[in-house]
Design a protein around this ligand. Sequence first.
Ligand SMILES: NC(=O)c1ccc[n+]([C@@H]2O[C@H](COP(=O)([O-])OP(=O)(O)OC[C@H]3O[C@@H](n4cnc5c(N)ncnc54)[C@H](O)[C@@H]3O)[C@@H](O)[C@H]2O)c1
Length: 323
Amino acid sequence: MASVLVTGGAGFIGSHVVEALLARGDEVCILDSLDPFYAVASKEANLARIFERGDARVVRGDLRDASAVAEAAAGVDAVIHLAALAGVRPSIERPADYWDVNLLGTQRVLDAIAGRANVRFVFGSSSSVYGGRETVPFHEDDSVGQPVSPYAATKRAGELCCHAFHVLNGNPVSCLRFFTVYGPRQRPEMAIHKFTRMIENGEAVPMFGDGLSSRDYTYVDDIVAGVLAALDRCGEPAGFRIYNLGGDGTTTLADLVACVGKGLGKEPKIERLPDQPGDVPRTAADVSRAREELGFEPRTAVSEGVPRFVTWYRASRAAGEVE
Ligand SMILES: NC(=O)c1ccc[n+]([C@@H]2O[C@H](COP(=O)([O-])OP(=O)(O)OC[C@H]3O[C@@H](n4cnc5c(N)ncnc54)[C@H](O)[C@@H]3O)[C@@H](O)[C@H]2O)c1
């Protein structure tokens, strides 16, 4: 049994990770500010669901507040650092906030474990670090020096910050590049959640570009399995390691909209719009390193995961928990 700090544990991915840790008997502390980026009530509902399943210590505090972070990190064996301002488009509106939370915040969490070299550190990074790269699939050793949004730049900077910390302090560190994660509790501004809401409401779905941009969508259960494996094997075979965690293939925007429509049993209306700044044309993960070293295996295809999301969405909407 380990004692694990999960930053961002009230959020989408974090709440699933916390539930999985509790289910296998680990002790969990959550550090989360319940940031109002989207409905705070959703995060409170995530915490309430966690308490139904087990007992977690919760520090409601900000990553940038050294005393809150020190309180949360006291006595833990490992940290899974997921708290961040997420999302490409809002980062273009408020880049300074993204740098503040995602970089200074990450450094504060690292500072809180300095001097405790056995504490493992797992960092939630992003496929966006690969920028507008045209050659697919993306491999961890590909060049990542040309991010195309402030969000992507902060995530790459977070990885660099983790690397410097590892070299100076010796802690085992793994950085996980998540490829577009979806599933129950997904953030409401993300594509699958947004499209589901709009098609359900009979609204036209905005389709940016020609609809041929593509993404590697990863079901949240697969991500959670990857996060736990990375936690358990952190430090092997190298003290610092970067892993792609992606799905089992890519889906174009047009096919995704059709898949959501099929799941809802409704014909989507489409509004065509120009490409958005900051968006990348494609993402596709080479997950061979994670497969080999972590035993990672994406198991849920989009054709299976999207209907599961739709079922969750309808039940949550009927319960008044989502819009
Ligand atoms: N969802 C994806 O597709 C995806 C893809 C790549 C990377 N990621 C990364 O995974 C992590 C989790 O993403 P998510 O989709 O679950 O997002 P989320 O917004 O649901 O979760 C982030 C959590 O961090 C908390 N938080 C934000 N600012 C904070 C601060 N200053 N102090 C303390 N807590 C704060 C929020 O309240 C929230 O609960 C993030 O680091 C994100 O960048 C997500």
